[in-house]
Design a protein around this ligand. Structure first.
Ligand code: PGA
Ligand code: ZN
Length: 415
C-alpha cells in the first residue's frame, strides 16, 4: 500500500518550474513522475495550475505542490499502488472540473506517472513490462531536425520538421541515421548563412524563407547524409495550425488562406516531398479542414490529431466517425492521468487509427514516454530532436529497453 506521496518543485528544459511527485510504498518501492509542459497547447487540454503574479512571469507551481501534499497525498495513502485505474479515479474525484482547474493537470499527471512507476517497482519489473510483458516491436522514432512555430519565435509557421527513419529496422540504426541527417542539415545551414542555435526541442533554429525552403534544406541534408528521401528517410510535419489560425483563416506571412486553400497548399507539399505524417494540418475546431486533409492526402500521408484530439477518448471516437484523423497523438498531460491516456489509446485502436506517444516541448529527464510508447505498442514515438538531455533521456531509455528485449524490430512505418 502507498505509505507516502510527496511533491516538490523541479525545473524543466525551458528553465521553468514544474511539479515532481514521489510515491513510496510501505515496503519501500518508489517511483517519480514529473509533469512536462507544452508551448502550443490545445484549448481543450487539462489546465496547468500556475501561481500567477510576478515571480517567474506567473509560472511558478508552489500552489500545485502545496495542493499535492495537502489534498492529493491523503487521498492516496493506504491505497494499493498497482490499482492505477482506482487511483486515477480518485484523482478525478478530487477535482469536479473536467479540465482539472482546481488540482491542476500538472499535479495529476506527475502523480499518476509516479504511481505507475512505483507499481512497477513494487512488482520488481520495468514500467514498460508491467504494461506489456512481451512487446514484439518498438515504436519507430519521429525526430525533429528543424524547429519552428511557437518553439522558435514563429520563424516559420510550421512547428516541427521531423524525420522518420524508414529503412532502419532497429532502434540503434534509426538513431544512427537520424544523427547523420541532423549533422548534415547543420552543415547545410552553416554554408547558407548565420547559424542560429537550437529551437525549444533541440532542432536547428531555421534560417529559412518559408516552409518550402525549410523542406528543401531538410531534403538536401538527407541526401548529403547518403540517404534516399522517401525510401530511407521520410518527413513528418507538425503544422500545429491552431497557432496561426485567426477568424477561421490561416495567416502565414502576408497571406491569408481559407480552409480549402490552406489544405490544398499542404496537399501540394505532401505531393512534392515525402511526407509520411501530417499533424494538426487544420485548427483544433476545424473539422472540415481535418477531413479535407485526410481526403486530399489519401494513400500517401497519415493525418495525425494532436491539439485536435487532446488525448481525449470521446474526441477520438468522434474524429474517427468524421474521418478527420488517421492517427492519434497521445500526451498524458493533455488529459492528466495514465488511465485516461490509456483509454485514448484503446479508442484509437478500436477504430484502426495509428498511435503516436509524444513528449512536450517543455520536458525533463523523466523517461515515462519511452515506457508508455513501448508498453502501449505505439507505432511512433515523438520526443523532439536527437540533442539535449531531456530528449536523449527518452531515446537512450529506448535503447536500453531494446537490449532487455533481446533486440526487436521497429513497428512498420505504414499505418
Ligand atoms: P507542445 O508541442 O508540447 O509545445 O504542444 C508539441 C506538439 O505540438 O506536438
Ligand atoms: Zn503537435
Amino acid at each position: 500500500a502507498i505509505a507516502s506521496v510527496k511533491a516538490r518543485r523541479v525545473w524543466d528544459s525551458r528553465g521553468l518550474p514544474t511539479i515532481e511527485v514521489e510515491v513510496r510504498t510501505e515496503r519501500g518501492a518508489t517511483g517519480r513522475g514529473i509533469a512536462p509542459a507544452g508551448a502550443s497547447t490545445g484549448r481543450r487540454e487539462a489546465i496547468e495550475l500556475r501561481d500567477g503574479g510576478t515571480v517567474l512571469g506567473g509560472k511558478d507551481v508552489l500552489q500545485a505542490v502545496a495542493g499535492a501534499n495537502k489534498r492529493v497525498a491523503p487521498a492516496l495513502v493506504g491505497r494499493d499502488v498497482t490499482d492505477q485505474e482506482g487511483i486515477d479515479a480518485a484523482l478525478d474525484g478530487l477535482d469536479p472540473d473536467p479540465m482539472r482547474a482546481a488540482i491542476g493537470g500538472n499535479t495529476t499527471t506527475a502523480t499518476s506517472l509516479a504511481v505507475l512507476h512505483t507499481a512497477a517497482s513494487s512488482l520488481g519489473i520495468e514500467t514498460w513490462r508491467m504494461l506489456n510483458p512481451r512487446p514484439n516491436v518498438l515504436p519507430r522514432p519521429q525526430i525533429q531536425i528543424i524547429g519552428g512555430g511557437a518553439h522558435a519565435a514563429h520563424r516559420t509557421a510550421v512547428q516541427d520538421f521531423m524525420i522518420v527513419p524508414l529503412s532502419a529496422s532497429t532502434i540503434d540504426d534509426a538513431f544512427l541515421h537520424v544523427a547523420e541527417v541532423y549533422r548534415a542539415v547543420g552543415a547545410v545551414f552553416a554554408t547558407r548563412g548565420p547559424k542560429r542555435g537550437v529551437a525549444d526541442e533541440g532542432g536547428h533554429w531555421p534560417e529559412v524563407a518559408d516552409t518550402n525552403d525549410a523542406l528543401e534544406v531538410l531534403v538536401d541534408g538527407i541526401e548529403q547524409a547518403g540517404f534516399v528521401p522517401g525510401v530511407d528517410i521520410g518527413i513528418s510535419l507538425d503544422i500545429a495550425a491552431s497557432q496561426f489560425q485567426r477568424d477561421g483563416r490561416y495567416r502565414v506571412g502576408e497571406r491569408d488562406y481559407t480552409t480549402s486553400e490552406w489544405i490544398e497548399l499542404l496537399a501540394g507539399i505532401c505531393r512534392d516531398f515525402p511526407i509520411v505524417t501530417l499533424e494538426d494540418p487544420a485548427g483544433e475546431d476545424d473539422t472540415e479542414g481535418m477531413r479535407l486533409a485526410v481526403a486530399r492526402t489519401e494513400g500517401r500521408t497519415v493525418v495525425v490529431g494532436d491539439d485536435y484530439l487532446v488525448t481525449n477518448a470521446d474526441r477520438i471516437h468522434g474524429a474517427a466517425a468524421d474521418r478527420a484523423v488517421e492517427s492519434a497523438l497521445i500526451k498524458v498531460n493533455q488529459v492528466g492521468t495514465v488511465s485516461a491516456a490509456a483509454r485514448a489509446v484503446r479508442a484509437a485502436r478500436e477504430h484502426g487509427l495509428g498511435v503516436i506517444v509524444s513528449a512536450r516541448s517543455g520536458e525533463t529527464e523523466d523517461v515515462s514516454v519511452a515506457h508508455l510508447a513501448t508498453g502501449w505498442n505505439a507505432d511512433f514515438v515523438k520526443v523532439g530532436s536527437i540533442t539535449r538531455g531531456e530528449r536523449t533521456a527518452k531515446w537512450n531509455e529506448l535503447i536500453r529497453i531494446n537490449e532487455e528485449l533481446g533486440g526487436v524490430p521497429l513497428a512498420t512505418a505504414s499505418i
